[in-house]
Design a protein around this ligand. Structure first.
Ligand SMILES: *Cc1c(COP(=O)(O)O)cnc(C)c1O
Length: 403
């Protein structure tokens, strides 16, 4: 017998620790920008597993690569060579500043590697990392310490030492925080979890200049902004800034767990055999998925289309902001990471908007307590963008009428 959404929710809540507030849907299948729940209801997915399924659900090239590799070799230790991880690193380094890659399984693990690399490469007395308020860097202790949002740290104190947070977008304030102990600046080019908050290219170039002046490493967390999300393979390409270390995860494996740290030969040399490791990092199946994903994204015209569709989504959201000024202020974002910034009255109804969209069969989320966040698969069509914005207009209209 087919299970219902309610049945799976009840079973899950018996045995899975409740770290998530979940929507009442048990997802059983996905294709492109659509998901199907246990009762056959379809959802238009404008979240993509939180920027994970860049190519949408069950992209044929990725599924084929996974199946092929799973039938050949699923795992061996990193004590041996496997070609998929090498091919992935070759593809990544051919398309960015980096010469070398460390493969991990998640964003937090990639950022942990970046923190450790920045410290070991800077010497024993330089260990402090400055990140930004409003940032998000992961849920391990060190990455939660780097995260500039107190709510993620609460109850887990004491935090590991050596992390401080500069006010968002204020270069002079950050400069005043640099000490003899500082080794790196860690920053998302656009804050995703923080509410789709882009940093000015001039600010990011200012960070580069500070790093050069004080001999610090510039670490860009492109876990959410990377892999084509902003319309270029990596967001920093549009900013005229090159970091020393970049971290990736989310869309890298199109749904298989894969994280990566990328850096130059000079910096990578600080990681010698035995200094850092990961049992599953660079797993052949996940790496094969990532290689297939990257090849699709690098094909001619793919990223140009992301930019075009991103502009279209932005314009549609901006039109909604103009139409519902009591609820929405403005649209902001880059490529296909877009936010609709809400007014105070809108923020109070942020969760209600997401819930009503869910009821209408469309998945979005509310980020940082400030903006609705839209992260469709990069393969989204303009018709699907129209469908989402039509549903959102209905919801905003309902809520405005109730005010
Ligand atoms: C999601 C995210 C992380 C954490 O990634 P996990 O895979 O959940 O550990 C870190 N940084 C940014 C910018 C993210 O969006």
């Amino acid at each position: 017998m087919q299970m219902t959404n309610k049945e799976l929710a009840a079973r899950t809540n018996q045995v899975i620790i409740g770290t998530y507030t979940r929507y009442p849907a048990a997802m059983v299948a996905g294709s492109g920008c659509r998901l199907t729940d246990a009762e056959g209801k379809e959802y238009l997915d404008f979240l993509a597993g939180i920027a994970v399924c860049g190519l949408g659900h069950c992209h044929p090239a990725v599924t084929a690569a996974i199946c092929e590799q799973a039938g050949r070799l699923v795992h061996v230790s990193n004590l041996y060579y496997t070609e998929p991880q090498t091919e992935l690193a070759e593809l990544l380094t051919a398309h960015c500043f980096a010469d070398k890659v460390f493969l991990a399984n998640s964003g937090a693990e990639a950022n942990e590697a970046a923190i450790k690399l920045a410290r070991i490469c800077s010497g024993a007395d330089r260990y402090e990392i400055i990140s930004l308020s409003g940032s998000f860097h992961g849920r391990t202790l060190a990455t939660v310490a780097a995260t500039g949002q107190a709510k993620f740290q609460k109850g887990f104190e004491p935090m590991p030492e050596g992390f401080s947070h500069a006010p968002f977008g204020d270069l002079a304030a950050l400069e005043s925080m640099i000490t003899d102990q500082t080794c790196a600046i860690l920053c998302e080019p656009l804050q995703g979890e923080g509410g789709v908050r882009p940093l000015e290219p001039s600010y990011l170039r200012g960070l580069r200049a500070l790093c050069d002046k004080f001999d610090l490493l510039l670490i860009f967390d492109e876990i959410q902004t990377g892999m084509g999300r902003t319309g270029t393979l990596f967001a920093h390409e549009q900013m005229g800034v090159t970091p020393d270390i970049m971290t990736l995860a989310k869309a890298l494996g199109n749904g298989l767990p894969m994280g990566a740290l990328l850096t130059t030969n000079r910096i990578a040399a600080a990681f010698a055999p035995g200094t850092h490791a990961s049992t599953f990092g660079g797993n052949p199946v996940a790496a094969a998925a990532a290689v297939a994903t990257l090849k699709v994204m690098l094909a001619h015209g793919f990223l140009a289309e992301v930019r075009e569709k991103g502009r279209y989504l932005h314009d549609q959201l901006q039109a909604l902001a103009a139409r519902f000024p009591e609820l929405a202020v403005t649209a902001r974002g880059l490529g296909l990471i877009q936010g609709l910034v809400l007014t105070e009255a809108g923020v109070q109804r942020g969760s209600a908007i997401v819930n009503r969209m869910f009821a209408k069969g469309c998945l979005i989320n509310f980020a940082g307590g400030v903006a609705l966040r839209f992260l469709p698969p990069l393969i989204v069509s303009s018709e699907e963008i129209d469908q989402m914005t039509a549903l959102l207009a209905e919801v905003l209209e309902e809520l405005a009428a109730e005010m």
